[in-house]
Design a protein around this ligand. Structure first.
Ligand code: ADP
Ligand code: MG
Ligand code: MG
Length: 205
């Protein structure tokens, strides 16, 4: 079974729209522990993706993911632009070897997560987007093939984003605050949650 091109386009559109709609929330989270631009950064990037929606969805999966990555690298800026860009570029590279969605989703997602970790020199527990992306990957692996996979992924994304609140940031701008970063959800963790949940909602149809 492979993902139909129209389904991919619908998914991408709704994910982009939901990131754009969450911009005020992402900005306010980044005002608390960063420089207050995560919402505008992500909005700019996903508006650019929407602008290329037809061209992106006309490509095979690997090329489409790479186009998303390049667009995000060029438009998002900040720390998150190169990181989300790397995620999609590596996912696209993996898709060119591993084939198809949804069957190879965990392998493709795994490559994206590894690329973020390599690029950001970061790992779990540092109060970043990886604190959502890694638990989502683990759930994609452990719940693969189960009927409630989408529900579980959606739930873990939300839980994992909330679990960044008590963490102390050791990467990115929030790390400059040390202990004062404690008590706030990480903006990048939240944007990863929004993206993952939008894809889940789209897959459920
Ligand atoms: P900037 O911090 O440059 O203003 P953004 O506000 O767009 O960039 O993005 C901040 C988010 O990027 C953080 O909330 C965090 O999730 C993520 N981030 C920052 N540095 C890293 C890193 N080294 N590894 C993983 N994620 C990171
Ligand atoms: Mg910022
Ligand atoms: Mg910034």
């Amino acid at each position: 079974m492979s993902l139909h091109p129209e389904t991919f386009k619908t998914l991408l559109r709704s994910a982009a729209e939901q990131v754009i709609a969450s911009a005020p929330e992402l900005t306010s989270l980044d005002q608390a522990i960063g420089d207050g631009d995560h919402g505008t950064n992500m909005k700019r990037g996903f508006e650019a993706v929407l602008g290329k929606l037809d061209a992106i969805s006309a490509q095979p999966l690997d090329a489409a993911l790479k186009m998303i990555g390049k667009t995000l690298v060029m438009t998002v800026g900040g720390a998150s632009g190169p990181l989300y860009g790397s995620f999609f570029l590596a996912a696209g590279e993996a898709a060119s070897h591993h084939g198809q969605l949804p069957h190879d989703l965990a392998d493709i997602f795994d490559s994206g997560v590894s690329a973020v970790s390599a690029r950001g020199r970061s790992r779990a527990g540092e109060k970043t987007m990886l604190d959502v992306l890694i638990p989502v990957l683990e759930t994609l692996r452990t719940a693969a093939g189960q009927a409630d996979l989408i529900d579980r992924v959606r739930a873990i994304a939300a839980e994992a984003a909330e679990r960044t609140a008590p963490m102390r940031a050791t990467k990115g701008r929030a790390s400059f605050l040390g202990e004062r970063s404690v008590g706030h959800v990480d903006p990048g963790a939240r944007s990863s949650c929004v993206l993952v949940q939008a894809v889940c909602a789209g897959l459920e149809g």
